[in-house]
Design a binder for this molecule. Structure first.
Ligand SMILES: *[C@@H]1O[C@H](CO)[C@@H](O)[C@H](O)[C@H]1NC(C)=O
Ligand SMILES: *[C@@H]1O[C@H](CO)[C@@H](O)[C@H](O)[C@H]1NC(C)=O
Ligand SMILES: *[C@@H]1O[C@H](CO)[C@@H](O)[C@H](O)[C@H]1NC(C)=O
Ligand SMILES: *[C@@H]1O[C@H](CO)[C@@H](O)[C@H](O)[C@H]1NC(C)=O
Ligand SMILES: *[C@@H]1O[C@H](CO)[C@@H](O)[C@H](O)[C@H]1NC(C)=O
Ligand SMILES: *[C@@H]1O[C@H](CO)[C@@H](O)[C@H](O)[C@H]1NC(C)=O
Ligand SMILES: *[C@@H]1O[C@H](CO)[C@@H](O)[C@H](O)[C@H]1NC(C)=O
Ligand SMILES: *[C@@H]1O[C@H](CO)[C@@H](O)[C@H](O)[C@H]1NC(C)=O
Ligand SMILES: *[C@@H]1O[C@H](CO)[C@@H](O)[C@H](O)[C@H]1NC(C)=O
Ligand SMILES: *[C@@H]1O[C@H](CO)[C@@H](O)[C@H](O)[C@H]1NC(C)=O
Ligand SMILES: *[C@@H]1O[C@H](CO)[C@@H](O)[C@H](O)[C@H]1NC(C)=O
Ligand SMILES: *[C@@H]1O[C@H](CO)[C@@H](O)[C@H](O)[C@H]1NC(C)=O
Length: 711
């Protein structure tokens, strides 16, 4: 995150810097050095940094401070700029900066500075630009009294710090020149500032997202006649968008996602300069008004996860600049055919997941040649995607899951024409059809994520999958597939997540699985992002890129027989291994104990025999463990990681014996007391530990591993 926003400082090579200094020093007339007072203030500032990565070499008391790195002076040698962004600075921000009476711009962003923000800087009578974003500054922001003379500050960026406490209110009354206020990503509380624009008529950017602001959107914003950006997403704001805001026709960007806002959208259509509207994750109700067509500049419309309903108005096609329409998780209904998508040639992303749309996928959609992501899942569309989908040359994300599609053979033949596809989710369709075997399935060479789960498909794992050499994630669970796991599985060099659970696969656990390159090595998959997030067990977990999927092998609920191959020890990158509910026999192989990345290990409901390998305690990250319902014997470990799991992890193994009477262990008949005693020692402490571990990592995991549905 930090490095994403903060540019790495490009350092001049030292000889060049030296030369530049020499030149500057020799060019500067000796009489026009910076004043001793400014120099000494700057040295005080330097002294405040506990870590300055070589800055002290440049800031030497025997040189002119106007030549120091990061310092700029005006012609009369007054310090006007201190630019020390991305310098690896630690320590505190010195109030002595306030002594530089000609200082106009102070930029300390992207360092690791801590402590508070000196009031001297916010209340400075010279500073017009103050950027301390991306540091570790703490404390509350001090309030300036409204009797303070007007201050010249124009741009204030304190975002991405650790500021907390109530946001100032009177401070803004003396900021007559304020244009930009950026305080996003802190822990600030209280109300949004109400009277900003009465004092600062040029105010234009208010960015307060990711804080803890509460209360309503203040009607006073109605006086902000120059406001272009209003951003306060991820707070705790409630109430409706006040009518006064709809008078601020200068507004170009409204971003208020993930609050508790309610009411309808009607007034918003007066904001004819809107480019982005993001109200996702609120409680907005009503429909998209007909007048939406008035928003001729609209590019992004995010209304996901609200309580909206009604049909999409045909006037939406008048917003010809639209690039993004995200409406998932509402109750929109009706046919899409009203909207003429041919008029939206710039459309890149359309997400309608979980609504009640009906009818056919509109033909006009296939003329949106820039479309990169299309998600229509969980609606009541019917019919096939058209062959024209091949026209969508940029389409990389397609989700048609849970739409009652039929004829998987034909669907795959059609979709194979979509050469750019990276993610294809078509699960929960094609009920009881047969997995196409034939070589008529072509294309998909760029596919990284494929879901064909929950289709009750019969047949086997088809050979055409072996050609998808970019595949990273494959979901085939909850079908009725039979036969063995094909040997070519290990030739899918990038495959890191394989879920074939809840099928009828037979045979032994193929050693080919033990050769899967991504499960053997710590290599991570591509860093490319999905065009839209992929939801597992929607909407609980979202994945933003294929590389974010954990390394998982899920073979549960099948008819696998034989022993677990010792080569399992090769899969040392594995994070989750589920072999439960099969017909596996033999002992739990010792090499499993070397899979130290495992967080989830489920061997339950098989026919395993022998003792529990003590070395399983080496699996320090294990937060979910189940060996219940087998034929294991011997003692249950009383120490280490394994002792933290509840009885249910071990239940259903009559020959396992409890910890209190270890001496009795070894005799095949464990007495009933031994089980009871284990329950007694399974005291609150043990449960607390187990639960702690489980909730830290386990809960999300659980949902993920059990997930059957993919959006
Ligand atoms: C130097 O110039 C600035 C404007 O650039 C002015 O505000 C300041 O008063 C001047 N200082 C002196 C000492 O002349
Ligand atoms: C410089 O700043 C410090 C800290 O704010 C203050 O104590 C001191 O009085 C100032 N000195 C002058 C000359 O303004
Ligand atoms: C501060 O410097 C950083 C890094 O050079 C830059 O990205 C940022 O825009 C600057 N801040 C302002 C307000 O100009
Ligand atoms: C801080 O915010 C200002 C205005 O919003 C912006 O110009 C500047 O680039 C931001 N600083 C960084 C480091 O992003
Ligand atoms: C606010 O500052 C952050 C840096 O902390 C920057 O990334 C963002 O673009 C700024 N927002 C606005 C609206 O300028
Ligand atoms: C705008 O400011 C005027 C005073 O200049 C005030 O009477 C009015 O109520 C304000 N409007 C809003 C919406 O606060
Ligand atoms: C957020 O607001 C809701 C209602 O608007 C309130 O019930 C809840 O307690 C608030 N949460 C926090 C953390 O302030
Ligand atoms: C779309 O815009 C055209 C003119 O640009 C107008 O005639 C038509 O009524 C608008 N349609 C809707 C539904 O707003
Ligand atoms: C949709 O718009 C296109 C391009 O503007 C036009 O050619 C076509 O006739 C329209 N279709 C319908 C059904 O109105
Ligand atoms: C599948 O879609 C229907 C609506 O068509 C919806 O009611 C159901 O919840 C969806 N199933 C899942 C698992 O999301
Ligand atoms: C499915 O589509 C194929 C063409 O790709 C066709 O040959 C076949 O008959 C269709 N199956 C059914 C059941 O309609
Ligand atoms: C297994 O698949 C069937 C449908 O084939 C489904 O009804 C059942 O819920 C699935 N079980 C699990 C545990 O996923």
């Amino acid at each position: 995150m930090r490095s994403h926003h903060c540019p790495n400082r490009s350092r001049f090579p030292l000889p060049f810097l030296g030369l530049a200094l020499v030149l500057l020093i020799s060019l500067a007339p000796p009489t026009s050095c910076c004043t001793e007072q400014e120099k000494s203030s700057l040295l005080q500032v330097l002294a405040g940094f506990s870590q300055n990565l070589g800055l002290a070499e440049s800031w030497r008391s025997d040189t002119d401070c106007c030549t120091w790195e990061g310092i700029t002076c005006s012609l009369n040698r007054t310090v006007t700029d201190v630019s020390l962004a991305s310098r690896g600075l630690e320590g505190s921000i010195s109030p002595f900066l306030g002594n530089l009476t000609g200082l106009l711009r102070l930029n300390l962003s992207c360092n690791s500075l801590s402590g508070g923000l000196p009031l001297e800087l916010v209340s400075s009578s010279s500073i017009i630009l103050l950027d301390v974003s991306f540091n570790r500054l703490t404390g509350a922001l001090s309030e300036l009294s409204s009797s303070t003379p007007a201050r010249p500050l124009q741009v204030l960026n304190i975002s991405s710090n650790l500021f907390a406490g109530r946001f100032p209110s009177t401070t803004w009354e003396v900021m007559n020149s304020l244009v930009v206020l950026n305080a996003s990503t802190n822990s600030l509380t209280g109300q949004l500032p109400t009277t900003l624009c009465l004092s600062a008529p040029s105010f234009s950017v208010l960015e307060l997202s990711i804080n803890e602001f509460s209360g309503n959107i203040p009607p006073g914003l109605g006086n902000c006649s120059m406001l272009k950006l209003l951003s306060a997403g991820y707070n705790n704001l409630s109430g409706t968008l006040p009518d006064e805001v709809f008078k601020v026709t200068s507004l170009e960007h409204i971003s208020l996602p993930n609050n508790w806002l309610e009411g309808a959208l009607n007034g918003i259509t007066k904001l004819t300069n809107l480019v982005t509207l993001d109200l996702g994750g609120n409680k907005i109700s009503g429909n998209i008004p007909d007048a939406i067509g008035e928003l001729k500049s609209l590019e992004e419309l995010h209304l996901e996860q609200n309580h909206m309903s009604g049909e999409l108005p045909s006037s939406l096609s008048n917003c010809t600049h639209l690039t993004t329409i995200i409406l998932k998780g509402n109750q929109f209904h009706g046919e899409l055919t009203k909207v003429n998508f041919s008029n939206l040639p710039n459309l890149k992303k359309l997400d309608l997941l979980h609504n009640n749309f009906i009818g056919k996928i509109p033909e006009s959609l296939y003329s949106c040649s820039k479309l990169t992501a299309l998600r229509l899942s969980s609606n009541h569309f019917h019919g096939q995607p058209s062959e024209k989908i091949g026209n969508l040359k940029s389409l990389s994300f397609l989700s048609l899951a849970n739409l009652s599609l039929t004829n998987i053979t034909r669907t795959l033949q059609i979709l194979g024409r979509s050469r750019s596809l990276n993610t294809l989710l078509i699960g929960s369709n094609f009920l009881h059809e047969t997995m196409p075997e034939d070589d008529g399935i072509n294309g998909f060479e760029n596919l990284q994520v494929l879901s064909m789960s929950d289709c009750s498909l019969s047949g086997t794992i088809p050979d055409w999958l072996s050609k998808l050499t970019n595949l990273r994630v494959l979901f085939l669970q909850s079908n009725q597939l039979t036969g063995p796991i094909p040997e070519w599985i290990s030739s899918l060099n990038l495959l890191l997540y394989l879920d074939i659970s809840n099928n009828s696969f037979t045979g032994e656990i193929s050693t080919a699985l033990m050769e899967m390159p991504m499960l053997k090595s710590d290599k991570t998959a591509s860093k490319v992002f999905f065009e839209l997030p992929v939801y597992l067990f929607s909407p609980f977990i979202q994945y933003l890129k294929p590389g974010a999927f954990p390394k998982v092998l899920n073979l549960a609920i099948n008819k696998f027989t034989g022993v677990i191959p010792g080569e399992i020890g090769q899969l040392r990158a594995l994070v989750s291994l589920n072999l439960s509910s099969n017909k596996l026999t033999g002992e739990i192989p010792e090499p499993i104990c070397t899979l130290t990345n495992l967080q989830m290990l489920d061997l339950s409901s098989n026919h395993f025999t022998g003792t529990i390998p003590a070395a399983l305690n080496n699996l320090h990250f294990l937060s979910k463990f189940n060996i219940s319902n087998n034929d294991l014997e011997g003692p249950i470990p009383t120490v280490g990681q394994l002792s933290t799991f509840p009885d249910s992890s071990f239940d259903g193994n009559p020959k396992l014996c409890g910890p209190l009477i270890v001496s009795h262990c070894g005799s095949a008949e464990a007495s009933p007391e031994s089980i009871n005693s284990r329950e007694e020692i399974g005291s609150k402490v043990i449960f607390a530990i187990a639960f702690g571990a489980f909730f830290a990592v386990g809960v999300l995991y659980d949902q993920m591993v059990l997930a059957r549905y993919f959006g």
